[in-house]
Design a protein around this ligand. Structure first.
Ligand code: MN
Length: 243
């Protein structure tokens, strides 16, 4: 059996008929790494979300708009423009329950930030105004499959450092927010040159990795498919049936 990976979708509200959306690159990455993707729609019932997780071997939290700052106890700054509190609510519920169950979790971009908030951390609401002098984390018109800024991977024994096999990696970057205070139980595993947190993980337990970049569009570059393969390998290795 292939590992079943639940992937969160979102609603495109600008369409005439609000539509469920999931960028294909997430689905393709799971397929290429040997998994079976299943799309999670917005579900406001925690019981329904729990049932979704009962049928999943791992959870992929996807990218998207800013988290609503009230989720981590702050009022929004003027630079925060597009939030979807409904999406926040069901994805936060899903992330907390997945962690409680010890399911392998990979959070990407917004998913990385959401995972940190779900576990008790906070965010920088807007890097350009709150951390002037930051490197360019949100360049205009950058193509999704292009590398942009460097990150340094440490410590050496982290999952991420072992997956990439080197200290310095170039990544893409599509964010103006970032992890500020890390949630309890997590460690930083990558930083940009300006010190901004670009990845974290939970050491010594089930695979729980957040990355601020978008690995799903960088599969042609070394190390990024390996991240998805490591995610799926962790699912297989935690299968009590040993199959
Ligand atoms: Mn960045």
């Amino acid at each position: 059996m292939k590992p079943r990976i639940a992937i969160t979708s979102w609603v495109e509200k600008t369409a005439q008929d609000p539509s469920l959306t999931l960028t294909l690159a997430y689905v393709d990455s799971i397929v290429r790494a040997g998994g079976l993707p299943s799309v999670v729609p917005p579900l406001q019932s925690q019981d329904d979300l729990n049932q979704v997780l009962s049928g999943a071997d791992g959870l992929l939290l996807t990218g998207g708009s800013d988290l609503w700052p009230l989720n981590y106890g702050e009022d929004p700054l003027p630079a925060v423009q597009f939030c979807d509190p409904e999406r926040d609510r069901w994805e936060l519920g899903l992330a907390k329950e997945a962690r409680r169950r010890g399911l392998p979790i990979l959070g990407i971009c917004r998913g990385h930030q959401l995972l940190n908030v779900a576990l008790g951390g906070t965010l920088w609401q807007d890097l350009p105004t709150q951390r002037p002098g930051s490197v360019g984390h949100n360049p205009a018109d950058l193509l999704m499959d292009r590398l942009w800024h460097s990150i340094t991977l440490a410590p050496e024994n982290s999952r991420l450092r072992r997956i990439f096999g080197r200290d310095e990696v170039a990544v893409n970057s599509f964010h103006h927010q970032a992890v500020k205070e890390l949630a309890p139980g997590l460690i930083v595993t990558a930083r940009a040159a300006d010190g901004v947190i670009e990845a974290f993980e939970a050491p010594g337990e089930a695979f729980l990795v957040g990355v601020q970049f978008h690995p799903e569009t960088l599969l042609r570059h070394s190390g990024f498919l390996e991240l998805f393969e490591a995610f799926l390998a962790s699912v297989s290795s935690s299968d009590p049936s040993g199959l």
